[in-house]
Design a protein around this ligand. Structure first.
Ligand SMILES: NC(=O)c1ccc[n+]([C@@H]2O[C@H](COP(=O)([O-])OP(=O)(O)OC[C@H]3O[C@@H](n4cnc5c(N)ncnc54)[C@H](O)[C@@H]3O)[C@@H](O)[C@H]2O)c1
Ligand SMILES: O=C(O)CC[C@@H](O)C(=O)O
Length: 533
């Protein structure tokens, strides 16, 4: 019998081959060469890549025999996971393989931008012994602002505390108790921007984070701040960073990642106060070995048809036809819960009432959790890794079943109390023979909406003229409004406006609309559904 074929599309650690063993035929191609990739994929049962191989829907479709994609690293920016899921291809990654390396590179860039090490090195190699030109600043007693206190952000925090820096962080999705354990003070984004002498970004790239450190943020920073981005290109807007460096608002920057990679030309390269590296965060022997071995083992298990702990797109096996649509609803409600809340609670409750609650609905708890974490955690959330990630960040879940609803045969709610004490919940059901998903309740506001499409939500004081104002701002922004549903709070103090638009509403337009009607909160269904690549 022929051996399954594993296609290695990028340079991987030799340990990867050792871990694969002799049960496979190994083929190689250069994944960044599109034609070569498309030619090699049809013969492959598994493909192993790093970040330079684009496995989009076309490439996945070309891999007619493909059963598993192994990403030797964390980021799945280059893999179309939904397309792989649709094609039944398992995607595995190695989410913790390179976090130490990425944190250490960040430390290196922080030191480099403090002390001009690369610039001084380059000058001396040209025969220039210039000491005062490269006078730097100390790290000790300075404020380090970390944006995103996840795996890498936390490692950076620990390391920089040893440099006697005062570490503060902005991350609305970590519980304050977790931050306290790591010795970091959690602050709002504004406070972080205005207080930080050094600022380092460790966010996933999502619709919410892309350009987060852009025009506004770079005009609010403490003058002379030094900024490092070793997360993902585009989170710090390159053009705005260039302007801020030129104007001296930012004293120096260390950049490992770029909006478009490979990046061999950039205005940033012309500035002396910029230190750049070609996406080297994971570029260590140790990280590459860990990543290669981890994906090789996952690929072995996947091709043997076994349970794969690192799979990012494997669904629960025991979900019957009755439960399957409820599981999708639970995931969608989980995502909408996070978009509505803007942060995560310590306890996420999944409440299942009515007929469906009389089935074994344990999977719905996981579905909601997967949805709730999906848009805030980098590297792909699966039914397998969601509980582990929730545990790491102190997020517990609880499934409550029972009770009937006067209006709905079955009702599923995702509920949580935020650190501020505010309760947030979203409820949905399935209706009709087609079992269509409907959103029926958002924090006590009764609605009747599909759970897909372009819907923006605004929660605002109940005043005359609110809906007209919403239409006017959106209209001025060229946004076609297809319909508006307004729900009033029982005490008539607030309304919830759900605005259907023909196409997604840009965040800036949503912010303008919210400002115009003094909305206390605004969010969108679309944002909860999509994660930027
Ligand atoms: N340069 C490299 O070679 C390299 C190597 C590894 C990882 N990375 C990148 O580093 C980044 C961080 O990776 P990680 O493993 O620490 O991810 P992680 O998921 O563990 O942490 C990300 C953190 O960001 C927070 N977050 C999400 N959305 C936010 C928002 N809008 N505002 C504030 N905080 C928000 C999350 O709560 C989470 O704590 C990712 O972009 C990853 O792709 C780069
Ligand atoms: O070096 C790589 O392949 C990418 C490293 C890192 O950004 C990742 O996503 O794992």
């Amino acid at each position: 019998m022929p051996k399954p074929v594993v296609l290695i599309a990028e340079e991987l650690s030799p340990a990867t081959l050792d871990a694969l063993g002799s049960d496979f035929e190994i083929r190689r191609c250069t994944g960044s060469d599109r034609d070569a990739l498309l030619e090699a994929l049809p013969g492959a049962d598994a493909v192993l890549v790093r970040s330079a191989t684009r496995l989009d829907a076309e490439a996945i479709a070309a891999g007619a025999r493909l059963k598993v994609i192994g990403r030797a690293g964390v980021g799945l920016d280059n893999v179309d996971v939904p397309a792989a899921s649709r094609a039944g291809v398992m995607v595995v990654n190695a989410p913790t393989s390179n976090i130490v390396s990425a944190a250490e590179l960040t430390v290196g860039l922080l030191l480099a931008v403090a002390r001009n090490i690369p610039q001084a090195d380059a000058a001396l190699r040209k025969g220039q012994w210039q000491r005062s030109r490269f006078t730097g600043v100390e790290l000790a007693d300075k404020v380090l602002g970390i944006v995103g206190l996840g795996r890498i952000g936390s490692l950076v925090a620990r390391r920089m505390a040893a440099f006697d820096m005062r570490v503060i962080a902005y991350d609305p999705y970590v519980p304050p108790a977790y931050a306290t354990q790591t010795g970091v003070e959690i602050v709002g984004l504004d406070e972080l921007l205005t207080k930080s002498d050094f600022l380092t970004v460790h966010l996933p790239k999502t619709l919410e984070t892309e350009g987060l450190i852009g025009f506004d943020a770079l005009h609010r920073v403490k003058p002379g701040v030094r900024i490092v981005n070793a997360a993902r290109g585009g989170i710090v807007d390159e053009a705005e960073l260039y302007a801020a460096l030129k104007e001296g608002r930012v004293a120096a920057a260390g950049v490992d990642v770029f909006a478009t990679e490979p990046c061999t030309e950039s205005p940033l390269f012309e500035l002396e106060n910029v230190v750049v590296t070609p996406h080297l965060g994971a570029g260590t022997a140790e990280a590459q070995e860990r990543a290669g071995v981890a994906v090789a083992e996952s690929v072995r298990q996947a091709l043997a048809g076994r349970f794969v702990p690192e799979a990012v797109n494997v669904r629960l096996g025991t979900v019957d036809d009755e439960l399957a649509p409820w599981l999708l609803l639970a995931e969608r409600l989980g995502r909408l819960f996070t978009a509505t809340a803007g942060s995560l609670p310590e306890l996420l409750q999944v409440r299942v009432g009515g007929e469906i609650g009389r089935h074994d609905v344990a999977a719905l708890e996981l579905g909601a959790l997967k949805g709730a974490l999906g848009s805030v955690v980098e590297g792909g959330i699966s039914y397998v890794n969601a509980p582990l990630i929730a545990q790491e960040r102190g997020l517990a879940t609880e499934l409550l079943t029972g009770g009937d609803h006067p209006e709905h045969r079955s009702l599923l709610s995702v509920h949580g109390v935020l650190p501020s004490g505010e309760a947030v919940w979203v409820s949905g059901t399935l209706t009709g023979l087609q079992r269509r998903e409907r959103l029926v309740d958002v924090c006590g506001f009764e609605v009747d909406l599909p759970l897909e499409g372009d819907v923006a939500f605004l929660r605002a004081p109940d005043r005359p003229g609110v809906i007209g104002a919403v239409g006017e701002v959106l209209g001025r922004a060229g946004q076609d409004v297809a319909g508006v549903q307004v729900a009033r709070a029982a005490d008539r103090a607030e309304i919830l406006a759900a605005v259907h638009t023909a196409g997604p509403v840009a965040q800036s337009v949503l912010d303008d609309t919210a400002a115009r009607i003094d909305a206390t909160r605004s969010w969108s269904l679309e944002k909860s559904e999509r994660t930027a690549r």
